[in-house]
Design a protein around this ligand. Structure first.
Ligand SMILES: Nc1nc2c(ncn2[C@@H]2O[C@H](COP(=O)(O)OP(=O)(O)O)[C@@H](O)[C@H]2O)c(=O)[nH]1
Ligand SMILES: [Mg+2]
Length: 316
C-alpha cells in the first residue's frame, strides 16, 4: 500500500490501514512522514485524554474501565499505551479481556501498545503520530497511557486535552512532588484502589497539597475509584468532561494548546537530534576519544566538539 492509500484507509476507519499507518509512523521513515503529512490536517476532532501515573497505580485498568463506560454510551475509544510495565498485549487479565473485544467483537475499540520500541528512540514522535492517526480515523475518544513525568520524554500535555494523574494509597512521593512544584499539575486526579486502606487519607493529603499550588482558575478535582470493578469510573469521566467544558468556557484552551505544542516540538527536535547523532556515531572514533580523555590528553568538552562537529580534536 502506498502512503496515500494508507492515509485514505485511515480516514475510512479501516483497521488494517490504521495499524499499518502506526507501524509506518513508528519506523520514522519517509513513508510514515508522508502518511502524517496527509493525516495531520484531518485530525482534531477526538477527545484526547492522557492517563499518567507510576507503574502499578492502575492506569491500564482505569483505561479499560473507561472503555467499558464510554462504549456503553455509544462512543468509540482508542488507547495508545506507552507503559512498558503493562503492555495491553501481554499478561494482564483485563488486558486480555479488552484484547478479545478489540480483535473479535468490537469495531469501536482499538488498542495499540507502543512499549516495544522504547529502546529504539523516537517514542515521543511515534506516540504523537499514533494519536493523530486514531483521531483522523474518527475515534471519539483517544486515551494515551504513559508512566509519570520524568520517566519518559512524552509531552502528554501536548497530546491530550485533559491529563488524568492516577495515584494509589501509598503514593506519598506524588504529594511531595506536587508540594515541591516539580510535578506538572494534572487536570484531574484519580485515587485508585480505594478498596485499600489509606485512600481517604491520601485524598485529603492531595487536596491540601493542591491548595499550596498557585492555580489559575481550574482546581483539579480528586476522584476516588476502584478501577478493577468500575466504581467511581463514571465520576472520573464526568471530571474529564467538566475540565473540557471549563477549558472552552474560560477561553484557556488555545493558550494551553499552544504551550503544549511548543514543548512538544522542542522535545521532538531533541529526539530527532539524538537519533541523528546515534545514527552517525562512529564507535571506533568514540573509543579513541574516550581513551584520550582518560589519558588527559584532551578534556571532555573538546571531545564533544569533535563528536558533534566531526572534526578531530587537533582541528577543533
Ligand atoms: N485492589 C485493587 N487493585 C487494582 C485496582 N485497579 C487496578 N488494580 C490492580 O493493580 C495492578 C496494576 O494495575 P495496572 O492497571 O496494570 O497499572 P498500571 O501499571 O498503572 O497500568 C493490577 O494487578 C490490577 O489488577 C483497584 O481498584 N483495586
Ligand atoms: Mg499500564
Amino acid at each position: 500500500m502506498t502512503p496515500s492509500e494508507v492515509a485514505q484507509g485511515v480516514l475510512d476507519g479501516r483497521r488494517r490501514a490504521i495499524g499499518r499507518a502506526i507501524s509506518m509512523a513508528e519506523s520514522l521513515g519517509p513513508d510514515g512522514r508522508e502518511v502524517m503529512r496527509l493525516l495531520h490536517p484531518r485530525a482534531g476532532r477526538a477527545v484526547r485524554v492522557g492517563i499518567t501515573g507510576s507503574p502499578g497505580a492502575g492506569k491500564s485498568t482505569l483505561s479499560a474501565a473507561l472503555v467499558r463506560h464510554l462504549r456503553a454510551r455509544g462512543m468509540s475509544v482508542a488507547i495508545v499505551s506507552v507503559d512498558p510495565t503493562s503492555p495491553f498485549t501481554n499478561g494482564a487479565v483485563l488486558g486480555d479481556r479488552i484484547r478479545l473485544v478489540d480483535h473479535f467483537l468490537d469495531e469501536g475499540v482499538f488498542i495499540r501498545s507502543m512499549a516495544s520500541r522504547g529502546h529504539l528512540g523516537g517514542l515521543a514522535e511515534a506516540t504523537g503520530d499514533a494519536v493523530t492517526i486514531l483521531d483522523a480515523a474518527g475515534f471519539d475518544v483517544v486515551i494515551v497511557e504513559t508512566v509519570g513525568a520524568g520517566q519518559n520524554e512524552i509531552e502528554v500535555q501536548a497530546l491530550a486535552d485533559t491529563v488524568v494523574l492516577v495515584l494509589m494509597p501509598g503514593s506519598g512521593d506524588a504529594i511531595q512532588a506536587i508540594k515541591a512544584g516539580v510535578m506538572e499539575i494534572p487536570d484531574v486526579i484519580v485515587i485508585n484502589k480505594c478498596d485499600r486502606p489509606g485512600a481517604d487519607i491520601l485524598a485529603g493529603e492531595v487536596e491540601s497539597a493542591l491548595t499550596l499550588v498557585p492555580s489559575d482558575d481550574w482546581l483539579p478535582p480528586v476522584v476516588l475509584t476502584q478501577a478493577l470493578d468500575g466504581q467511581g469510573v463514571e465520576q472520573a469521566w464526568d471530571a474529564v468532561e467538566r475540565h473540557r467544558a471549563d477549558l472552552s468556557s474560560s477561553g484557556r484552551a488555545p493558550e494551553r494548546a499552544l504551550d503544549g505544542m511548543r514543548r512538544n516540538l522542542r522535545s521532538l527536535a531533541l529526539e530527532r537530534m539524538a537519533r541523528d547523532l546515534a545514527a552517525r556515531a562512529d564507535e571506533a572514533a568514540l573509543d579513541a576519544l574516550a581513551a584520550r580523555v582518560l589519558a588527559r590528553e584532551i578534556d571532555p568538552a573538546t571531545a564533544v566538539d569533535s563528536i558533534l562537529g566531526g572534526s578531530s580534536p587537533e582541528e577543533a
